[in-house]
Design a protein. Sequence first.
Length: 535
Amino acid sequence: MKKSPYLLPWFVSLAFAGGLLAPFPVSAAQDLIKNVDLEAVNAKGELLDWHPGPARHAKEGDNHFLRLVQKDPGKMTMLYRTFEWGEGFDRLVLSFKGRVTGLVAGEQPWFDARIILNVKDAKGKQIASDSVYFNGDTEGWQRRELTIRLPADARRLDFMPSLFQAKAGVFDFDDVRLTLLKPGEKVPSTLPQARARELPKVALKPLTAQDRLHVKGNRLVNASGAEVWLQGVAVPSLEWSEAGDHVQDSVAWAVADWKANVIRLALSSTFWFGEGKYQNPKTGAEDYRRLVDDLVKHANDRGCYMVIDLHEYKAPTARHVKFWRDCAARHANKPGVLFDILNEPHDISWREWRDGGALKDGGGKAAAENGEAKDVTTSVGMQKLVDEIRAVGAKNVIIAGGLDWSYDCEGILKGYALADPNGDGIVYSVHVYPWKSDWQKKFLDCAAKHPLFLGEVGCQPFKMPWEQVLQDPYKWGPDVLACIQKHRLNWTAWSFHTSASPCVISDWNYTPTACWGSFVRAALRGTRFVSDRQR
């Protein structure tokens, strides 16, 4: 799974503005919005400092907030505001409370409820963009926060809360702050902080050569031959943002509070090579790599393994070879690092999966969330990625996802297992979600002979567009955890993020979601789940 933020082009933004508001000049003060809590009104009862446009000024008890309602299914319902400022600011912080009810996604999974932020220069050219989004109903109000690094020429912001071509839904938002910060300036104390609780202290216990993993039968063992059962969470966002969303805090909380002994960290080859649209062409690649180094070190120093996940799709390519030559050399033989060599292979044959070659469908299917895969017409094969990693001297355990978006491992038992005579072994990966069925055939048979890693597993209280029937997450979650525990499958829950569904956390205080995160946290902290129900 992957978050698919849609960054609205400036000309589309204006097309939906509909004359709601002309540019709103702002002085050099930090806060762009004055009526933060939406309570101040004039003598006529009109909301001060806001021009709601299609939004409605709503009230519950003594609290006022703004509400967007989707009345025209599949169309854009948007509040549009523009702010301007002078030079000298390097960050913009958005903080707000959001609540979503009755959301039905549009034709694409990211046609949802979101606040879009488009940053422009003085001439109106878009130079940066980001969004905070909800792709399902929330459990009451949620606090969200987003920091955007501003290019030096940033002078203007288009601020756009919206029901983004959703079929239905209500989007409420309140306590909205937009704060500009200068270099070295900290977030003002008036802004709600991302973390309200203190991080539990964890004693340093760095992983050593004794902790280095290798494959033995269908298990992972350390240097002394003792089994190591990897259980943790997947931390996304570095695949869509070169800075990530709270990634340092997320790794720290997963280890210290949730008791994860493994983190699956999603990465992008685009950012690894410094080719991101907003990366510094001179330092961007190394900045990204150092951030990954820091996250690996933080986890490994506290006894937690790190899975480096190349979060890309369809089939291995020459670009993926280039990535792994570089990344594997950088992390070669670190006792706490494993390599997940391709996130979700799909729409290829088992022979193409292992050996590569010209793909029969000529590129074929590519879901909207991984549109880059549409151009993949030739593959080098998964075996080539293994061989290239070993060629740079890295013996680290390798994780290889099966077919059907890393769900189907049947081919591994039919002669397509990968060879690894010179390394610490191969683990096969599956991604298990409620819309997938036949656990026994698709991965449990394989788990009896090979080590298995559920690199993604999760559920949610709303359907994805491709789901026919919604599984009850309060039953499915405990059932899949019971299966994991019964077979001692290695796993990382998707996702330790507030909006990359299915979500384990509901806010950046790391509060577990009721329907999935609460079960995950309990399992990681030792609770046993018992169920014989399989899908």
